[in-house]
Design a protein around this ligand. Structure first.
Ligand SMILES: Cc1cc2nc3c(=O)[nH]c(=O)nc-3n(C[C@H](O)[C@H](O)[C@H](O)COP(=O)(O)OP(=O)(O)OC[C@H]3O[C@@H](n4cnc5c(N)ncnc54)[C@H](O)[C@@H]3O)c2cc1C
Length: 298
């Protein structure tokens, strides 16, 4: 039994937590240790505890871009909850914790008459997960809006970064190459008439509903190669409907894998390999995964 003594206020620990329900693809095994960090003051003690026990760490947001291995995670999986789900605005600046949902942030900002997040509103992400990968949609990327990024390193030291000093690009930031934890950030938004913000939010919602399947999925599985569209290449290979076990290339979107029920991580990986193989054979293009595969060798 793994326990922390004395207990830390704002830190809940559980062993053997199933992770599949915590991902949008509904795939993967259990976490050896699962932690809900609800107070900012609990993060440092939790990180020290995990280091002392030799437990490899895995941050989990909404689990919308992650393929958890069937064997689960041999260390400590943690979510940033409680205080990390708070946000506030001052003028045109919005400061939010990493655990805030991007959708609720967009809707909350809209209620304050602040525009900027509408295009990103349909991404089923936490703010922290979206910062880490520089999530984007319809021509807007999160780093277009950020004026500060807050991180904590595994040794517990905190830093406030200037986003222009963080290397970033399409579905990439250098934070993805580090083990720092994103704890929050600040956005600069701008005033816009509420009916215009509401109109853009509604347009984004209906475009996404039309484009994406309703079965459990992780959004785009592969990044768009420079100048190309991964979904188009996959579609031209006739891959819609291709299956490996319970994993299937969506009939609606060829760059999305759906879990038809009972899919394993192994099924998903096999299907990904078949998709990459088909595109490489036909177009000579190597598709790079957008979904993250923790615990697997690059
Ligand atoms: C239906 C659907 C549509 C999507 N559409 C889009 C889209 O339009 N644009 C787009 O960019 N993406 C899209 N995605 C992908 C996904 O939503 C984004 O990549 C999102 O930013 C992932 O955030 P998350 O909080 O779910 O992170 P998770 O999936 O939980 O984690 C992803 C990775 O980030 C790490 N991580 C999570 N939180 C933190 C943190 N606080 N600090 C450090 N590391 C962390 C995890 O360890 C993991 O490696 C879509 C996904 C789905 C399911």
């Amino acid at each position: 039994m793994i326990s922390i003594d004395p207990p830390v206020e704002g830190l809940e620990l559980r062993e053997g937590e199933p992770l599949a329900p915590r991902t949008t693809l509904r795939v993967g095994g259990k976490a050896r240790l699962f932690a809900e960090v609800k107070k900012r003051s609990a993060l440092g003690p939790f990180l020290r505890f995990a280091a002392e026990k030799g437990l490899p760490l895995l941050a989990l947001g909404k689990g919308s871009n992650v393929l958890i291995p069937d064997e689960g995670w041999p260390g400590a999986v943690f979510v940033l909850a409680g205080e990390f789900r708070e946000w506030r605005c001052a003028g045109d600046l919005v400061q939010a914790g990493a655990g805030v949902s991007l959708m609720s942030l967009a809707v909350g900002a809209a209620a304050q008459g602040l525009s900027g997040l509408e295009d990103l509103s349909g991404i089923p992400s936490t703010f922290g997960g979206a910062i880490r990968i520089n999530a984007g949609a319809y021509g807007t990327e999160l780093f277009d809006l950020l004026v500060a990024v807050e991180v904590v390193s595994p040794d517990g030291s905190e830093a406030r970064l200037d986003p222009s000093a963080v290397r970033h690009g399409y579905r990439y930031t250098e934070l993805m190459e580090k083990s720092d934890i994103v704890t929050g950030g600040t956005l600069r938004l701008w005033p816009r008439p509420p009916e215009e913000i509401a109109g853009r939010l509604a347009m984004v919602r209906s475009r996404r509903q039309a484009a994406l399947p309703s079965e459990p999925n992780a959004g785009s599985i592969f990044k768009n190669p420079p100048g190309l569209i991964a979904g188009k290449l996959l579609d031209e290979c006739g891959l819609k409907g291709k299956r490996c076990g319970g994993a299937e290339v969506s009939a609606k979107h060829a760059n999305v894998i759906v879990n038809t029920g009972g899919a394993t991580a192994r099924d998903v990986r096999e299907l990904m390999a078949a998709m990459q193989g088909a595109v490489h054979e036909r177009f000579g293009v190597t598709l790079v995964p957008e979904i993250e595969l923790p615990g697997s060798r690059p």
